[in-house]
Design a protein around this ligand. Structure first.
Ligand code: XUL
Ligand code: CO
Length: 437
């Protein structure tokens, strides 16, 4: 096992719920069966390279705080290589099967696009060897189309066609790299694809251009034989005032309008859902009933703050219903559960990386068991089924079968205008859920 950067951290053991060791699992047992799959098969955990390896701990008000062993290496490529080795050490010690990255997380930009591509190739070669020797896998790759100043006005929705072309070249390369590492998905999060103000924006052209861009990606993937799942990751705001892929429903509309629906599913992030004024469950449920649930970015936003805090998910209750939806959808694969989460700025010591992931993995493992028991019991399912019983026969069945119009319904209503409703029993159901915690 790799043991270069965190010699004091062992491979995280399972010690069970009574353990008081922050570096031990209380609930996550990869091979434990939950229903017909193991925890590992259900959860498909992934470490997010940008937060866990490249993140500095800096925030808009203060500089970097993270203490990381590889930061003493000053040569940028040597430091990038060290980070990649550290990534695999983390994956092995945590028993996490997957990782995700943006192209620029793993290798630094050079002076030219050619040099940048060469840097990327060098680190990708190293990643390929580490994948081969450890059996770890790439859940998804993506391109960072938002950090560099060239993307100040967006990438595929930039007002500048040269930027559009550069972004296309970058995504082409990122898809090639993802393909070459056996990546199972490729993500498009609309970094700066949106607007700050409509006063200087041609929204129609920008959206048409984004549609064209994604078609080019689909065509190119086909050309090189990349069969991984393309995913769009919605977010309503930040960094722009309005992000075009604002929530699952907006993405569905966009994908339908531009004939992209057959080629894309959705990667749903908790913090983005709550910024959109939705729950995580709402977004996953919406994706499920529209057949586009692709993958999850599992994190937690601060409910009192209006920005993307990307906290490690440790709130058990908040994790249950997302997994309830995943179970109802029949699972996430080839998607997974990516910890797009950063440690708090104050949690800056190297072992916080492990403590944070163990806490989040245990949260999701325990939530999975709760969600599974709840679903198996059918306590909520039966209640909901009964609540809509009026649509199974009589006039309701005719509505569902499309056999009646307004005239027939008016005739029915005139004869049945004394209406009785039944309680929705929300509090009773919430108390039922509490019994499963
Ligand atoms: C940004 C975000 C991204 C995507 C990948 O809010 O979530 O890190 O997950 O580009
Ligand atoms: Co994300």
């Amino acid at each position: 096992m790799l043991n270069e950067f965190f010699p004091e951290i062992p491979k995280i053991p399972y010690e069970g719920p009574d353990s008081r060791n922050p570096l031990a699992f209380k609930y996550y047992q990869p091979k434990k069966k939950v229903g017909d799959k193991t925890m590992e098969e259900h959860l498909r955990f992934s470490v997010a390279y940008w937060h866990t390896l490249t993140g500095t701990g800096g925030d808009p008000f203060g500089v970097a705080t993270n203490l990381r062993p590889w930061l003493s290496i000053t040569d940028p490529m040597a430091q990038a290589a060290a980070r990649m080795r550290a990534c695999f050490e983390i994956l092995e010690k945590l028993d996490v099967p997957f990782f995700c990255f943006h192209d620029r997380d793993i290798a630094p930009e050079g002076a030219t696009l050619r040099e940048t591509n060469r840097n990327l190739d060098t680190i990708v070669e190293q990643a390929r060897e580490l994948i081969a020797s450890t059996g770890k896998k790439l859940l998804w790759g993506t391109a960072c189309l938002f950090a560099h100043p060239r993307y100040v006005h967006g990438a595929a929705t930039s007002c500048n066609a040269d930027v559009y072309a550069y972004a296309a070249a970058q995504v082409k390369k990122a898809i090639e790299v993802t393909h070459s590492l056996g990546g199972q998905n490729y993500v498009f999060w609309g970094g700066r694809e949106g607007y700050d103000s409509l006063i200087n924006t041609d929204m129609g052209l920008e959206l048409d251009n984004l549609g064209r861009f994604l078609h080019m990606a689909v065509d190119y993937a086909k050309e090189i034989g990349f069969t991984g799942q393309f995913l769009i990751e919605p977010k309503p705001m930040e960094p722009t005032a309005h992000q075009y892929d604002s929530d699952v429903e907006a993405c569905l509309n966009f994908l339908r309008k531009y004939d992209l629906l057959p080629h894309f599913k959705i990667n749903i992030e908790q913090n983005h859902a709550i910024l959109a004024g939705h729950t995580y469950q709402h977004e996953i449920y919406t994706a499920r009933i529209n057949g586009v649930l692709g993958s999850l970015d599992a994190n937690e936003g601060a409910f009192l703050l209006g920005w993307d805090t990307d906290q490690m998910a440790t709130n058990l209750y908040e994790a249950i219903f997302p997994l309830y939806e995943v179970l109802k959808a029949g699972g996430l694969a080839p998607g997974g559960l990516n910890f797009d989460a950063k440690l708090r700025r104050g949690s800056f010591e190297p072992d916080d990386i492990f403590i944070g992931h163990v806490a989040a993995m245990d949260t999701y493992a325990r939530a999975l068991e709760v969600a599974h028991r709840l679903l198996e019991s059918r306590e909520l399912e039966d209640f909901v089924q009964d609540r809509y019983a009026s649509y199974r026969d009589g006039i309701g069945a005719k509505i569902v079968r499309g056999e009646v119009g307004f005239k027939e319904l008016e005739a029915y209503a005139l004869e049945h205008d004394q209406i009785t409703n039944r309680s929705g029993r929300r509090e009773m159901l919430e108390a039922i859920v509490n019994r499963y915690l």
